[in-house]
Design a protein around this ligand. Structure first.
Ligand code: 0L1
Ligand code: MG
Length: 276
């Protein structure tokens, strides 16, 4: 009888890979890059991300929105990528404005100032694929925001597929006061807001909302396209994090971090944790 060869290292499926990252989140312990264990293409990486979203949803951690990554030219060039990436925001990731985030629940968190939008109506990503008019009309509110990213990989080191599988490092977010988008656009040029990130009152990073795809409003079209390509839904109420306006800053315990987006407003959080 011919011998059937047994592969020495069978490629784990997306549920197994998602479980590794999920456990890394829950244990706040970094893991080796998935791509070192098995080569992943972009579709496989998004399949791992979706499997991770299902794991959280099965625990009752609802999906509340989406986020874009690699929206700044500098970060995209650094990663050698030509397109944005998309991740999923869960209810448990939300921190109230001026609230407290326990950094001991994270591995090596970093924080970045962002612009957030909220959809007042559902958008079908497959409707009118060449137009962004529906998502622009559905985006009724805008707010200053900060995202906390926390790569689940050792040394915050990853390939493009790794970071997509890891839900684009999404870990937490905080949103300031929502304002009506239409009125805000009459008063402000959303593409030219000066943005400052400070830690305990000392400036840690400065940039411009122009760093977000040239104009944060362009994130809406990008979100619709990425949702269509990667099977995400955009129900009414969805929060959209458009991208970072400065480089991300390491987040320590026992500090207050504030993002000031000139004209749009400010948002802040305190950090707890740091127990020896
Ligand atoms: O939100 C972001 O721009 C981060 C995307 C993932 C890359 C990273 O973790 O730095
Ligand atoms: Mg971000």
């Amino acid at each position: 009888m011919p011998e059937i060869p047994v592969p020495e290292n069978p490629v784990p499926d997306s549920d197994e890979l998602a479980a590794i990252l999920d456990e890394a989140v829950r244990a706040a312990t970094a893991v080796p890059q998935l791509s070192l264990r098995a080569p992943l293409d972009e579709d496989e990486a998004y399949a791992v991300q979706s499997a991770g979203v299902r794991l959280r949803a099965a625990r009752g951690d609802q999906v509340v929105g989406v986020k874009l990554g690699f929206t700044s030219k500098a970060k995209a060039e650094q990663m050698g990528v030509a397109d944005v990436i998309v991740g999923v925001l869960h209810q448990s990731m939300e921190v109230a404005d001026e609230g407290t985030l326990d950094v001991d629940t994270m591995i090596h968190p970093r924080i970045e100032p962002e612009v957030a939008f909220r959809l007042g109506a559902a958008v079908d990503p497959h409707a009118d694929p060449d137009s962004d008019a529906d998502i622009v009309a559905a985006a009724v509110e805008v707010a200053p925001a900060m995202e906390i990213i926390d790569s689940r990989y050792e040394n915050f080191k990853f390939s493009l597929a790794d970071v997509v599988a890891d839900n684009t490092s999404a870990a937490a977010y905080v949103i300031g006061l929502w304002r009506p988008l239409a009125q805000t656009l009459d008063e402000l040029d959303l593409a030219a807001l000066e943005v400052a990130l400070s830690v305990d009152g000392t400036e840690a990073a400065r940039g411009s909302s122009a760093d977000i795809l040239g104009d944060p409003l362009l994130a809406l079209a990008a979100v619709k396209r990425m949702a269509r390509e990667h099977g995400l839904e955009l129900p009414a109420g969805s929060v959209i994090l458009a991208g970072a306006a400065t480089a991300a800053v390491p987040l320590e315990a026992g500090v207050t971090v504030t993002a000031d987006l000139a004209g749009l407003g400010r948002v802040s959080l305190r950090t707890g944790g740091g127990a020896a």
